[in-house]
Design a protein around this ligand. Structure first.
Ligand code: F6P
Length: 342
């Protein structure tokens, strides 16, 4: 059988480790042929493929990005998109597809399964907001990068007696902000799940000043919003899945804090540094385990399922129980983090 592999949505460190694992186990253990599908669902719409064998998939384990490219293409937004995909998969003799993606990409895998495309999913997003798995690969790397940024901001904040705000990714959930904030000792963590009040944030900064700590570190997820308002939007343009571009909450906060407290404030937007570059050892291992489990699912003909991790065990979950259900942050963990606010 020929197995196609595609990666869709925002990239996450570890995609290449998944591809390598799918190819190695698929060819060596099951005698499959493997082919890369370029740029997510776009490649199946436009017949853009990349031959994948043991040689072309070697040396990519530590590499960030995706050797297959990615896109946010939604075939259901294209004229006869799903039919084209079925026709092209058949023409290319692709018998099954390993779909590496977050909620959007996997929702297409779910819908295409209903059209008869044999798909298995691999959970990928630095946001860690996918249901059905404790962790997505890429998240650990993003947390490590954001934590290092907080450590670096600490020394300069302390030296200049400033408030430093670090804006991190997290469109709908605050996993990165929460875990990096905990690890980096943030004085305040703002996440989409907990709309904020400026007065409360200022009270943390003031409390620190009263204790003789003339600097504060705040980490904020891009999707965090004030209690009385909406998310801060960078641009109104929307992608094929209807997502608007967020960004700017850090500057919004910076101005408010400076105005209320008259304390010098600086803002750093970490942006795509969180997604670029090499995966951590944890993500390499998780992505490898996911890739091996995904090709095992193909072998077992367990289509319409996604691999996941529960505790330290690799599991499989029906895609219907995953898509459209967001995994929000663990509020008990947030309570622990809030012990250290202010
Ligand atoms: O992959 C999800 C995510 O990391 C979101 O947190 C963020 O809003 C989005 O990607 C930004 O991605 P891009 O700039 O590629 O559209």
């Amino acid at each position: 059988m020929k197995v196609g592999v595609l990666s869709g949505g925002g990239d996450a460190p570890g995609i290449n480790a998944v591809i390598r694992a799918v190819v190695r186990k698929g060819i060596q253990n099951y005698g499959y042929e493997t082919v890369g599908i370029k740029d997510g669902w776009h490649g199946l719409l436009e017949n853009e493929f990349l031959p994948l064998d043991v040689k072309s998939a070697s040396g990519i384990l530590p590499r960030g990005g995706s050797i297959l490219g990615t896109s946010r293409t939604n075939p259901f937004k294209h004229e006869k998109g799903p039919e084209k995909i079925m026709k092209n998969a058949e023409k290319a003799k692709i018998g099954a597809v390993v779909v590496i993606g977050g909620d959007d990409t996997l929702s297409i895998a779910h819908k295409m399964s209903e059209y008869g495309l044999k798909c298995v999913g691999v959970p990928k997003t630095i946001d860690n907001d996918l249901a059905g798995t404790d962790y997505t690969f890429g998240f650990n790397t993003a947390v490590a990068i954001a934590t290092e940024a907080l450590d670096r901001l600490h020394t300069t904040a302390e030296t200049h007696h400033r408030v430093m705000i670090l804006e991190v990714m997290g469109r709908y959930t605050g996993w990165i902000a929460l875990e990096a904030g905990l690890a980096g000792g943030a004085d305040c963590i703002l996440i989409p799940e907990k709309p904020f009040r400026i007065s409360e944030i200022c009270s943390y900064v003031k409390r620190r000043q009263e204790r003789g700590r003339n600097f504060s570190i705040i980490i904020v997820a891009e999707g965090a919003k004030p209690k009385s308002g909406k998310e801060i939007v960078y641009s109104e343009s929307i992608d094929e899945f209807g997502h608007i571009r967020l960004g700017g909450v850090g500057y919004f906060l910076g101005k408010k804090i400076e105005k209320s407290l008259d304390i010098e404030t600086r803002v750093v937007v970490l942006g795509h540094l969180q997604r670029g570059g090499s995966p951590t050892a944890y993500d390499r291992i998780l992505a490898t385990r996911f890739g091996v489990a995904a090709i095992d699912l193909v072998r077992q003909k367990k289509f319409g399922h996604m691999v996941g991790i529960r505790g330290n065990k690799i599991v499989s979950v029906p895609l219907k129980d995953v898509v459209g259900k967001r995994k929000t942050v663990d509020l008990e963990l947030y309570d622990i983090a809030s012990v250290f606010f202010g």
